[in-house]
Design a protein around this ligand. Structure first.
Ligand SMILES: C[S@@+](CC[C@H](N)C(=O)[O-])C[C@H]1O[C@@H](n2cnc3c(N)ncnc32)[C@H](O)[C@@H]1O
Length: 265
């Protein structure tokens, strides 16, 4: 895939969907991981660049690298973070030397890796001894309200297909403590975990709904796969589950965060 209109469609739909929440967890993850000026940092699975931009603001663009396997997202990230070294690559095979960074982060990515254990080991490999490896994942099964209510509505209208696609079920690393397990299994030390709660504002329900029919993210892909009649049923069930309508409202979203250090000896 190349840049151009597709890039902006993909990035714009993401921004209106879960990307609406991406800025606040980025700042929260940077604080949780103890990122300080002077560090060199890598953002793995950078997407359109919410965490990359926040890291560049804190550390200076020249001290930040970013990687993602999606070319449209990479294009968008390059546009948003001039001066950052942004490369097309998956977590499982990072094109960086060992111990190149003092901090390696990923925001809302571990569940999308083909092999999360290999991805986290790679994150540790490119981080120097004593450096930090940190991540966050949505609490899909609990208090990520946008997605939890979506999948509950999907299960109302399409019980079998909804249950099979529910991210609260299919995402392997989305419950309290699971990221910490993964971090310890990758050999990371001093592992700490916590909750990051953020919020987003909507003009009305249609503002929230508009990215779903574009097919963005697993929830959008499920929405797009329905015929018109089922999609209207999903729309109505979702609106009812959220208990919102034609006026403005806010939703909260919880992410689980983890941080650990690379062994020194
Ligand atoms: C939910 S998005 C998060 C994007 C960004 N970190 C943010 O916070 O907005 C998940 C990202 O993971 C990326 N991804 C998918 N498979 C990956 C892999 N194997 N390694 C690294 N990133 C991957 C996707 O391309 C997408 O950009």
């Amino acid at each position: 895939m190349s840049g151009g209109a597709e890039t902006f469609r993909a990035a714009a739909a993401h921004d209106r969907h879960v990307g609406r929440y991406a800025q606040q967890p980025a700042s929260a993850l940077i604080a949780f991981a103890g990122i300080e000026p002077g560090m060199r940092a890598l953002d793995v699975g950078c997407g359109p660049g919410a965490l990359t931009v926040a890291l560049a603001d804190r550390l200076g663009a020249a001290n930040v690298s970013a990687a993602d396997p999606s070319e449209p997202f990479i294009e968008a990230c390059r546009q948003r973070s001039p001066g950052v070294n942004v490369v097309v690559a998956a977590a499982e095979a990072l094109p960086f030397k060992s111990t190149e960074f003092e901090a390696t982060l990923s925001q809302l990515v571990v569940n999308f890796m083909q092999d999360a254990q290999a991805g986290v080991r790679e994150m540790a490999r490119v981080t120097q001894p004593g450096g930090v490896v940190a991540s966050s994942v949505w609490d899909y099964a609990g208090e990520m309200t946008l997605l939890r209510a979506f999948w509950d509505a999907a299960r109302d209208v399409e019980p079998e297909r909804g249950a099979a696609a529910d991210e609260g079920v299919v995402m392997r690393w989305c419950r309290d403590g699971e990221l910490a397990e993964l971090w310890r299994a990758a050999g990371l030390r001093d592992v700490s975990s916590g909750a990051l709660t953020v919020r987003a504002s909507y003009a009305d329900f249609e503002d929230l709904w508009s990215p779903f029919p574009t097919g963005v993210a697993p929830s959008g892909a499920f929405c797009k796969s329905l015929n018109d009649e089922r999609r209207v049923a999903l729309h109505d069930a979702y609106r009812q589950r959220l208990g919102v309508g034609d006026g403005p409202f806010e939703l909260t979203a919880r992410a689980w965060a983890v941080a650990g250090t690379v062994a020194t000896g």
